[in-house]
Design a protein around this ligand. Sequence first.
Ligand SMILES: [Zn+2]
Length: 125
Amino acid sequence: MVGDFERLAQEFVNPEALLQFRVCGGQDARGRPQLHCTVKGNVEMLCQRCLKPVSVAVDSDRLLYLAASEADADRLETALADEDIEVIVAGQNLDLAGVVEDEVLLGLPIVPMHADCSMEPAADV
Ligand SMILES: [Zn+2]
């Protein structure tokens, strides 16, 4: 549940929304550790125009590289030179929930809005 994620719970109108996420560990052809992280689901945020809930689809699919240190991360980023690939610094304890949370937050619209607010049924909630 979204409500289980502290940072996400503040973003959404419906903290009971369910997001499906999957994180697969693996490595690339050169043996560098990577994570394939996918998040899917629908959440509700407040429309910034009419302040009614607007449904937002979350569909994130990212490849993350794991680096042992900041310096390592810099090297990896330079080597990969791909903006779609993210390098995260993971020590002994990888905060998987935090990684998933970041992915969801990155995929959200900065200003959620209905395509047409006048089409929304008037709800006096
Ligand atoms: Zn609206």
